[in-house]
Design a protein around this ligand. Structure first.
Ligand code: 13P
Length: 246
């Protein structure tokens, strides 16, 4: 399985800046996805038209359509050219009270619409300090993962909440332990080989640390926030995939 690098642009960018950033990323070689805000999906889709870089979004509603003011459905994202959708990011779980059950419903909607959900899980600093990382991650994973999810149509992203946007990352040993735990759970649920399960690491990934993180056994790629807004930094992360597997 090729290492997957996803850029989560969060709530950043204008049509002008997003178009320029997407054009700068369009030539990246590898398995790469850009996830701009909803209003910029169209301009990024245009920039990626003849590129192998795929398009993704940052959230969706669990219904296909209906009276849900302000929401966007998975089918709408598919129609806008998306192949992926990030779900259950800690900024949505924390900021908007998204529960595991809601994330699971959204993931079901994504899969039904033909999108690949990128389901985010991860412990808070409090949970880490209390030695509860593995238990927290396991409970989020089991309760967010819908029945329709399979190794072929779902990506998991392990993002420790305390590592997001802080410049802090877990030790490589800790990343390995958590990824191994997630893979063990997925293999138990999906009855597949761990080599077919994709688990990304996210949280303060940059060009300088991507090589060593991507080389950790069980890490199938990276979900990148801040560093994905800088074309040079993001290109450095994408090119470190080769270094990690050299
Ligand atoms: P940073 O890479 O900015 O730490 O953000 C990680 C993240 O939240 C990606 O979804």
């Amino acid at each position: 399985m090729r290492t997957l690098i996803i850029g989560n642009w969060k709530m950043h960018g204008s049509r002008a800046s997003a178009g320029a950033l997407a054009e700068a990323c369009a030539g990246l070689l590898g398995h790469v996805v850009l996830c701009p805000p909803f209003t910029l999906l169209d301009v990024v889709a245009q920039a990626l038209k003849s590129s192998s870089v795929a398009l993704g979004a940052q959230d969706c509603h669990f219904a296909a359509q209906g009276a849900f003011t302000g929401d966007i459905s998975a089918e709408m994202l598919k129609d806008a050219g998306c192949a992926y959708v990030i779900l259950g990011h800690s900024e949505r779980r924390g900021g908007w009270g998204e529960t595991d059950a809601m994330v699971g419903m959204k993931a079901t909607a994504a899969i039904e619409a033909g999108l690949i959900p990128v389901i985010c899980i991860g412990e808070t600093l409090e949970e880490k300090d209390a030695g509860k990382t593995l238990a927290r991650v396991e409970s989020q994973l089991r309760q967010s993962l819908p029945a329709a999810a399979m190794a072929e149509n779902t990506v998991i992203a392990y993002e420790p909440v305390w590592a997001i946007g802080t410049g802090r990352t877990p030790t490589l040993e800790d990343i390995k332990t958590v990824h191994q735990h997630i893979l063990d759970i997925l293999v138990g649920i999906w009855h597949c080989s761990p080599a077919h399960c994709r688990v990304l690491y996210g949280g303060s990934v940059k060009a300088a640390n991507a090589g060593e993180i991507l080389a950790v056994p069980g890490v199938g790629g990276a979900l990148v926030g801040g560093a994905s807004l800088d074309a040079g930094e993001f290109a450095g992360i994408v090119s470190s995939v080769k270094v990690a597997h050299a």
